[in-house]
Design a protein around this ligand. Structure first.
Ligand code: NAD
Length: 349
C-alpha cells in the first residue's frame, strides 16, 4: 500500500485526506501533522492518526510521500526538511514564493534522490480539459488568443492570503493555476509578460490582476483574476482562425461557433446595422457559420495522486514536472517585475 502523510491540516490538508480516504485500495493515509494542536485533535476526532511533532512524522519509516499544505511562506523550509528526511514531496501551490527558492529545492530533491512536485490539480479540471481537447482536435483551427479568468465578489478570505510576507495575493493563488494551465496548453516559449496588479480592497497584496503573455508561436493569452467583480465575464474565451470557443463558468456551459468555409465574400457597400453604418462589425450571414457543442471529457482529480505514485514506482512519466513548475515561477517573477516597473518584460521561458 502506498503511504502518504499530510503536513498542514487546514482547508487543503483536509481536502487531501478526504480524497485519499476515498481510495482505500490504492493509498494509505499515514496521518497528519499541524503546528496547531487543535487541528491535530480535529484529525484524531475523525479517526486519522495525528503526529504530535513534525520530527515524529518525518521519522515514520512507512511514510513514502508527504503532501505539504501550509501557508506559502513555509513551503520551502518544510519541503527541504521532508526531502532530507528521505521523503518524496508533493507541495501545494504556489510551489515556492519565487523561482530562486524552487531552484534550491529542486537541487535538494536531486541530492536526496527523492521526487518533488507541486499540486497543480487544476490540470484535471473539466473546463480546462474541454479547451485543451477542442484545441488539440483542431476544432478552432490555429488558436491565436486565449482568455482565461476567474472572478468573485467576496474579496480575499481574511487570513494569511491578505498578508504579503505569507505569500498572499491572487497571483500566487489562482494566478499559479491559470498560468500553469496556459503554459501546459501552449507548447511554445513565453517571450513577453505584461501585468497590472491591483489592490482594490486589500492594500498589502494583489486582489485583482490582468496579465498578458505573448508566446513565440504568435499566440497571446490574457489571464485575469478578480475578487471584487459583481458581473462575471466568461471563464474561457478562445479564438482560433477557424472558430471561437466560449465556456461561461466552471459549470461548463458554452459553445463553439465556427466558420463553415474559409472563403470570405462580403457586401461591396456600407451596411446599416444596429451599430450604425459599418461593414467590419456587421453580423456574418447565418449560412456561413455553424454552432457545435463543446467536446465531452472525463476527468478524475484523484488521477493526480495515482500518477505521482506510478511515477515514483517507475511505472509512468510524472505529469506535473518540477521543470514545468520552474517555468511557471519564472513567469510569476516576471509578472511582479512588470507590475513594479510598469513595463512589458521580455523573457525567454
Ligand atoms: P489554511 O490556512 O486553511 O491551512 C493551513 C494549515 O497549515 C493550518 O491548519 C495551519 O495551522 C497549518 N500550519 C501553518 N504553518 C504550519 C507549519 N509551519 N507546520 C505545520 N502546519 C502549519 O490554508 P489552506 O487553504 O489549506 O492552504 C494551504 C496551502 O494550500 C497553501 O499553499 C495554498 O495556496 C494551497 N491551496 C491549494 C489549493 C489547490 O487547489 N491546489 C486550494 C487551496 C489552497
Amino acid at each position: 500500500m502506498y503511504e502518504i502523510a499530510v503536513i498542514g491540516y487546514g482547508g487543503m490538508g483536509s481536502y487531501h485526506t478526504e480524497q485519499l480516504l476515498t481510495l482505500p485500495e490504492e493509498f494509505h493515509l499515514a496521518g497528519i501533522y499541524d503546528i496547531n494542536p487543535a487541528r491535530i485533535e480535529a484529525a484524531r476526532s475523525k479517526g486519522i492518526r495525528g503526529f504530535d511533532t513534525l520530527e515524529e512524522l518525518l521519522a515514520e519509516p512507512s511514510v513514502r510521500t508527504v503532501i505539504i499544505a501550509v501557508p506559502n511562506n513555509f513551503h520551502k523550509e518544510l519541503s527541504i526538511k521532508a526531502l532530507r528526511a528521505g521523503k518524496n514531496v508533493i507541495c501545494e501551490k504556489p510551489v515556492m514564493m519565487c523561482a530562486a527558492e524552487l531552484e534550491e529545492v529542486i537541487a535538494v530533491s536531486k541530492e536526496a534522490g527523492r521526487q518533488f512536485t507541486v499540486h497543480q490539480n487544476r490540470r484535471w479540471d473539466r473546463d480546462f480539459l474541454i479547451v485543451k481537447k477542442a484545441i488539440e482536435d483542431g476544432t478552432l483551427g490555429k488558436p491565436f488568443y486565449i482568455e482565461s479568468r476567474v472572478q468573485g465578489s467576496k474579496g480575499i478570505p481574511g487570513d494569511w492570503r491578505c498578508v504579503k510576507e505569507a505569500g498572499g495575493g491572487m497571483l500566487l493563488d489562482w494566478g499559479v493555476h491559470l498560468i500553469d494551465q496556459i503554459m501546459w496548453l501552449v507548447k511554445s516559449p513565453v517571450k513577453e509578460v505584461y501585468a497590472h496588479l491591483l489592490s482594490v480592497k486589500f492594500p498589502e497584496v494583489d486582489d485583482n490582476f490582468k496579465l498578458l503573455l505573448r508566446f513565440e508561436n504568435g499566440l497571446s493569452a490574457l489571464v485575469e483574476v478578480d475578487t471584487y467583480t459583481f458581473i462575471n465575464l466568461p471563464r474561457w474565451h478562445v479564438s482560433g482562425d477557424a472558430g471561437t470557443l466560449q465556456i461561461d463558468s466552471f459549470g461548463c456551459e458554452g459553445k463553439i461557433v465556427r466558420a463553415k468555409t474559409s472563403e470570405m465574400h462580403w457586401e461591396a457597400g456600407i451596411v446599416y446595422t444596429v451599430a450604425g453604418p459599418t461593414r467590419t462589425m456587421a453580423p456574418r450571414p447565418q449560412e456561413t457559420i455553424e454552432e457545435i457543442a463543446l467536446p465531452e471529457v472525463q476527468t478524475d482529480a484523484r488521477d493526480y495522486y495515482r500518477n505521482f505514485r506510478d511515477a515514483d514506482l517507475g511505472k509512468a512519466e510524472l505529469i506535473v514536472k518540477p521543470e514545468e513548475a520552474l517555468r511557471v515561477m519564472r513567469v510569476i517573477d516576471a509578472v511582479f517585475e512588470s507590475a513594479r516597473t510598469h513595463t512589458c518584460i521580455s523573457v525567454d521561458i
